[in-house]
Ligand binder design. Structure first.
Ligand code: KIV
Length: 283
């Protein structure tokens, strides 16, 4: 069994110039698969709201849903560092609320760290959670929890003002004690500059190749979700493969081909004869 990675290992990878690989997972089976594939970080993302629960955006998954997803993933992982997303309204009200809910993600969801969205305005929250002993990953750029209603799903870092704000937010999160940050849908030049000038790892999604690592939503990469963003990459069309397999199963049942002899267990002939003798009078 490989040794479980820690936040310190993730930070060391950046120092060594080794790219960091992160992907989402939400259940035990896929957690085992992505862990065995050797990813460094598994994010139990609040994208679960869409890809696992069918809501239109990330705001609807609850803390208790997230804890269920987190514990299912954590039980399937031997090596990867597991980060759980703090869902919408689980950390925005007060620092006390944030640290209490981050604690639930760790104690009940068994995650190694939590992730929350927001820049400078959340440094107090990040500091409070870190001081409680829970590693925090920041998330700036496109922040889906606010994109749905306030900012829109837009590319960030397009002009100098926006880029300066992003860089200031990144520095503030690092100074507050975050061990890494996600940069979502940021122009490649700005993402590369921020990655280069931060001590902590910067994990990009839709932010070009210059980041210290990359993250993808599992369902986008496996072709399991119909509404993937343009910056994700589909590595396989698992939906077609699964549909084809289930439709073969359906045909085999309808045609009497499944179950076959190798899927079937029998009782001894004399036991069956005895059974028939005893039940004959019943019906
Ligand atoms: O919830 C999620 O999957 C995420 C990734 C897009 C980084 O936050």
């Amino acid at each position: 069994m490989s040794e479980k990675l820690t936040a310190r290992d993730i930070m060391r990878f950046k120092k060594e110039g080794r790219k960091i690989v992160m992907i989402t997972a939400y259940d035990y089976a896929f957690a085992q698969i992505v862990d065995q594939a050797g990813v460094d970080i598994i994010l139990v993302g609040d994208s679960a709201s869409m890809v696992m629960m069918g809501y239109r955006d990330t705001r609807f998954v609850t803390l208790s849903d997230m804890i269920t997803f987190c514990k299912s993933v954590s039980r399937g992982v031997e090596r990867a560092f597991v980060v759980g997303d703090m869902p919408f309204m689980s950390y925005q009200i007060s620092r006390e609320q944030a640290v209490r809910n981050a604690g639930r993600m760790v104690k009940e969801g068994m995650v190694d760290a939590v992730k929350l969205e927001g820049g400078k305005e959340y440094v107090g929250t990040v500091r409070t959670i870190v001081d409680a002993g829970i590693p925090v990953m920041g998330h700036i750029g496109l922040t889906p929890q606010s994109a749905a209603t306030s900012t829109g799903y837009r590319l960030t870092g397009k002009d100098a003002d926006d880029a300066v704000k992003l860089f200031e937010d990144a520095i503030a999160l690092e100074e507050a004690g975050a061990f890494a940050i996600v940069l979502e849908f940021v122009t490649a030049e700005v993402a590369e500059y921020i990655s280069h000038h931060l001590k902590i790892p910067v994990i990009g999604i839709g932010s070009g190749p210059g980041c210290d690592g990359q993250v993808l939503v599992l369902h986008d990469s496996l072709g399991l979700y119909g509404k993937s963003p343009p910056f994700s990459k589909k590595y396989v069309d698992l939906a077609s493969i699964a549909r084809e397999a289930v439709s073969r199963y359906r045909s085999e049942v309808l045609e009497g081909l499944f179950p076959a002899e190798e899927h079937t267990k029998h009782m001894k002939r004399e036991e069956f004869e005895e059974f028939l003798k005893r039940v004959r009078t019943l019906r």
